[in-house]
Design a protein around this ligand. Structure first.
Ligand SMILES: Cc1cc2nc3c(=O)[nH]c(=O)nc-3n(C[C@H](O)[C@H](O)[C@H](O)COP(=O)(O)O)c2cc1C
Length: 314
């Protein structure tokens, strides 16, 4: 996990800099200034450099670099294109079509997923934005079906215990006064289906948790980051979309997230640090199903407000 860096991370080549000040204007923390018609970097009067790299990205002469940050991610399974696309070179229609073609996959073939693909997916994940550019996410790759099953067993252990508590009326009575009555709600909404899934897992080897996925990526983050959940979930969505382009099916497994959050043995198995929290578990594998229609959604009614005028437009 990356720690905040407080050194002089921006380096300006004074020989090349023409003092155009584009980098000065774009720096979110105003850590660059023009001195004697050259850009200079002064880290950390009030705020540290968050190493967003906007100064380097905007310089037309490549006079600016950010130490320890490389534009090259070195993908193993596809060529890396470093050219910035102009809006007119992008196709919104294709982007949305990709988004709607990704569906949760709940049936996989037994074909293993190449580790190189999983490693590339993690690198695609980290192209997401993050609060104050903290990038304080971490990723655990479970590369084989056996590894996925091991997490499945840890998850099953957790739900076995939870179900035995939820089945006890005394626990449910006590739960009314604690944790927002969560145990009663769990009992009403999930107890029965979880009991059935556990029985199928134990007796028939049917995997209703990971749906037979042959790999998984767990996305975690540092709890003390500014927006760890948002960062991890943005990285997660990148991974889901990219997986589709690689021919992989994917499915978020919220049941496993809840189990890992509360199970010390699952946290230990995933080698999670004390200040690390889990935010998503992504099941992956080659799909054994083909969807013929893009995703449909319920109608959405955004509130269009002219707050300045105080009128509701629609
Ligand atoms: C936070 C979250 C947790 C989810 N957990 C599960 C899960 O545990 N098991 C599962 O089969 N699907 C899970 N899903 C998948 C949703 O059921 C699925 O996204 C939704 O039905 C829409 O279908 P689509 O992804 O194919 O568009 C989860 C999705 C999200 C966003």
């Amino acid at each position: 996990m990356k720690n905040p860096v407080n050194i002089d991370s921006v380096v300006i080549n004074g020989e090349v800099c023409t003092g155009c000040a584009l980098c000065v204007d774009v720096c979110p923390h105003r850590l660059l200034a023009l001195k004697k018609e050259k850009a200079v970097f002064d880290n950390g009067q009030d705020q540290d450099c968050m190493e967003c790299g906007h100064c380097a990205a905007i310089c037309p002469l490549e006079a600016v670099s950010v130490e320890g940050v490389s534009a090259i991610l070195d993908f193993q399974t596809f060529p890396e294109k470093l050219k910035v696309l102009k809006p007119e070179e992008c196709d919104c229609s294709s982007l949305v079509q990709l988004m709607r073609s990704r569906r949760s996959c709940r049936k996989y073939t037994s074909q293993p997923v190449e580790t190189a693909l999983l490693e590339d997916l993690v690198k695609i994940g980290i192209t997401a934005p993050s609060g104050t550019n903290s990038q304080s996410w971490d990723f655990v790759i479970l590369p084989t079906r056996a590894d996925v099953e091991a997490l499945g067993n840890l998850t099953a252990d957790f739900y076995r215990k939870l179900n035995s508590q939820a089945a006890n009326p005394l626990y449910r009575l006590l739960a009314k006064f604690f944790a927002n009555d969560a145990l009663n709600r769990y009992y009403q909404n999930y107890y029965q289906s979880v009991a059935e899934a556990l029985r199928e897992w134990d007796e028939d080897g049917v995997d209703r948790l990971f749906h037979g996925a042959t790999a998984a990526i767990v996305v975690t983050g540092r709890k003390d980051a500014s927006c760890p959940a948002e960062d991890a979930l943005l990285a997660t969505q990148n991974i889901l979309l990219a997986a589709h382009t690689m021919g992989l099916g994917s499915c978020l497994i919220g049941f496993a997230v809840e189990a890992v959050k509360r199970s010390t043995s699952a946290r230990a198995a995933l080698a999670m640090a004390g200040n690390e929290e889990i935010y998503s578990v992504i099941a992956l594998g080659y799909p054994a199903v083909t969807f013929r229609q893009v995703a449909g959604r319920k109608e959405v009614q955004p509130r269009v407000l002219h707050l300045a005028g105080g009128t509701l437009v629609r």
